[in-house]
Design a protein around this ligand. Structure first.
Ligand code: NDP
Ligand code: 2IT
Length: 448
């Protein structure tokens, strides 16, 4: 019989093989602390070295992007695509444009994506890419020149059956449009090579809303499990981008009160609640003017902008960290508990530090990990791929219904593998094992 796997030894090797990539180590550790005991009970996975094989990307592509800015100066950036795992389908995952982007951050995101995509029940492998390009303050033409230069290289490595990127931080509808247009011109082919496209050129209804809506469908399942619901709940949300906006919209629709939104400069707190009318103003600030969320208080003087802080100090029933990785720390988790928070669900990828996650699990706060809770975005990307292949478009109701079913299904899978007899469902355990099993079985079946 194969020797049992030891978490410490396994992580030591991951760190040695992938130096200076703390976020990747963190993402692997979060999965491994659940999966090492599981594989030790299922020796087939040990024999086939499944965990050791899953942490190694199938392919890492790094390239140079040269473009010129509005002052006709040459600018140089780094571009990446991590093709992490294709056992259950073509590589699938977003592109992030943010100055903090580096290899380790994209490897963490690509690794998470493998398990998340598996949970959606759709045939999608995992990938992630992006650039250290900072879109903030750039003109539309600068964004377009950059996207074209980025696609010049990326186009050599993607197509609709191999690798299908989408958006993430700093990449929304505008950027996907420029990227798609340039791919089409380079290849002289109109294909579903990207998701998150505009409705006029192959996009799916509900894709822009899907991560935020899906998050709330998942939260609703978590609450139903406790014979509770969203109506009347006070919700704090971080971020004010794609995920946060549509999460807020769905909260309002389901009768909850949204108290905060934020960005990297601070948070706005509206004690009266950010309702549907106020969200229209937020949409203008963020998606038309590309402005800061602090501009909200110019429209609604009863709200306050709290500079340099995160919203976790605000009293709430539910907290939705929807901005970025490691934005919610142990101290924040303690504040949330003492303020009466009962549920934390991650719209962002790995927004809670490991210490915060363990604090939630040990102190009775229901915790929905990102790979389950925010999977609605990529799931709807999968639905966009299906529609592109079929060359037809489903109605808004049809896509929304499928999204709801997928989130319900993910919740059921988490429940099944959490294997709890009483007390809170351990979604952290359930999501990691459920996501793993399908990929692991395919990996073994496909040989090496
Ligand atoms: P957007 O670019 O639309 O919005 C990002 C938001 O997060 C902005 O408000 C931004 O503020 C804030 N933010 C980014 N970096 C930081 C930081 N270092 N500190 C504080 N705030 C920060 O991105 P999305 O909404 O698409 O993505 C948000 C999160 O959700 C990410 O973790 C992403 O990986 C994840 N996600 C996204 C999906 C999607 O479909 N888009 C699907 C699943 C997960 P600022 O403008 O100041 O930078
Ligand atoms: O983190 C994610 O799941 C995304 N950014 C969405 C990826 C996708 O391919 O839609």
């Amino acid at each position: 019989m194969a020797a049992k796997l030891d978490l410490g030894t396994f992580m030591q090797k991951v760190k040695e093989d992938n130096p200076n990539e703390p976020e990747f180590h963190q993402a692997v550790h979060e999965v491994a602390e659940v999966l090492v005991p599981y594989v030790n009970e299922n020796p087939r996975y040990i024999k086939h070295k499944v965990l050791e094989r899953l942490v190694e990307p199938e392919r890492v592509i790094q390239f140079k992007i040269t473009w010129h800015d509005d002052h006709n100066e040459i600018q140089v950036n780094k571009g990446y695509r991590i093709q992490m795992n294709s056992c259950i389908g073509p590589y699938k995952g977003g592109l992030r444009f943010h100055p903090s982007v580096n290899l380790g951050i994209l490897k963490f995101l690509a690794f998470e994506q493998v398990f998340k995509n598996s949970l959606t029940t759709l045939p999608m492998g995992g990938g992630k890419g992006g650039s250290n390009f900072d879109p903030k303050g750039k003109s539309d033409l600068e964004i377009m020149r950059f996207c074209k230069a980025f696609m010049e290289e990326l186009s050599k490595h993607i197509d609709e059956n191999t690798d299908v990127p989408a958006g993430d931080i700093g990449v929304g509808g505008r950027e996907i449009g420029f990227l798609f247009g340039h791919y089409k011109r380079l290849r002289n082919k109109f294909t579903g090579v990207l998701t998150g496209k505009g409705l006029e050129y192959g996009g799916s209804l509900i894709r822009p809303e899907a991560t935020g809506y899906g998050l709330l469908y998942f939260v609703d399942c978590m609450l139903k499990e406790k014979n509770d619901g969203l109506k009347g709940k006070n919700v704090v949300i971080s971020g004010s981008g794609n995920v946060s906006f549509y999460a807020a919209e769905k909260c309002v629709e389901l009768g909850a009160k949204v108290l905060t939104l934020s960005d990297s400069s601070g948070y706005i707190y509206d004690q009266e609640g950010i309702d549907a009318e106020k969200l229209k103003v937020v949409a203008k600030i963020k998606f038309e003017d590309y402005d800061r969320i602090s501009a909200y208080v110019n429209h609604f003087p009863n709200a306050v902008f709290v500079e340099g802080k995160t919203p976790w100090e605000v009293q709430c029933d539910i907290a939705l960290p929807n901005a970025t990785q490691n934005e919610l720390h142990l101290d924040d988790a303690k504040k949330l508990l003492s303020n009466g928070c009962k549920l934390v669900a991650e719209g962002a990828n790995m927004p809670c530090t490991p210490e915060a996650v363990h604090f939630f699990l040990e102190n009775g706060i229901l915790y929905g990990p990102g790979k389950a809770a925010n999977a609605g975005g990529v799931a709807t990307s999968g639905l966009e791929m299906s529609q592109n292949s079929l060359r037809l478009s489903w109605t808004r109701e049809e896509v929304d219904e499928r999204l709801r079913n997928i989130m319900y299904n993910i919740h059921e899978q988490c429940k099944k593998f959490a294997d709890e007899k009483a007390g809170n469902i351990n979604y952290f355990k359930g999501a990691n094992i459920a996501g793993f099993v399908k990929v692991a079985n395919a990996l073994i079946a496909e040989g090496y």
